[in-house]
Design a protein. Structure first.
Length: 223
């Protein structure tokens, strides 16, 4: 599975209802097919799509805004100890995090000794990487799931599927793994049957809101 994007277009609708439109999706398909004509991708090849709001940096020379990542100190606007970031696309999140952390560190006095954590040294990260290398789809054993729940402390099903393991970014958005993961998490977190069913319902609702797949209704891509 491959991700294709992104497309920047002005948006003035409801912030909670951001969707990839039919025109935006077809534009991306056209660009990919132009660059790689042998692929001949069609709308039916799309597993899902998602969209979001990116606050761009104001630039007088560019009406679309600058792509430069800028950290704004709102002290001059009368708001002390408040930073705002513009221009950061999602795939640059590590670089962006370092940039804003540098600004935060100028304003905060450290309370602990300096540490240098490394994602590559995390045992959970190694286990996840090994699981991914064994299969195209993310398949994680109950043993690894339990370790992640204990060490990473997710508080919801969406937490572990989307933010701790990445299972929710698989081709089926993690739907096939939901019953098993919910059962393991319920056992360790002490969820009763009602809480477990509620978490499953909330996860499906969440991915329905952020993903749209294959079919089209009006001007939007939807499921």
């Amino acid at each position: 599975m491959h991700y294709i994007g992104l497309n920047r277009t002005p948006y003035d609708g409801e912030l909670d209802e951001v969707k990839a439109t039919k025109d935006e999706t077809e534009w991306l398909l056209g660009e990919v097919n132009y660059a790689f004509p042998e692929l001949n991708l069609k709308r039916t090849d799309i597993k899902y799509s998602y969209a979001g709001i990116q606050p761009v940096t104001f630039d007088e020379s560019d009406p679309q805004g600058s792509r430069e990542v800028v950290v704004h100190d709102l002290e001059s606007d009368g708001i002390s100890n408040f930073l705002m970031l513009t221009g950061g696309p999602i795939w640059n999140y590590r670089h962006i995090a370092k940039k804003i952390l540098k600004e935060v560190s100028k304003r905060c006095v450290p309370t602990l000794a300096k540490q240098h954590p490394s994602p590559s040294s995390s045992e959970v990260t190694k286990l996840l990487r090994k699981s991914r290398s064994l299969s195209v789809e993310m398949k994680i054993s109950d043993e690894i799931l339990k370790k992640i729940i204990i060490e990473e402390q997710p508080v919801s099903l969406a937490d572990i599927l989307l933010r701790r393991t990445g299972i929710g970014w698989d081709i089926d958005q993690g739907k096939s793994a939901v019953p098993r993961v919910a059962t393991v998490m319920a056992e360790l977190c002490g969820w009763d049957k009602q809480r477990k069913e509620k978490e499953i319902q909330l996860f499906h609702q969440h991915i329905k809101e952020i993903y749209q797949v294959q079919k089209y209704r009006g001007d939007s891509v939807c499921d």
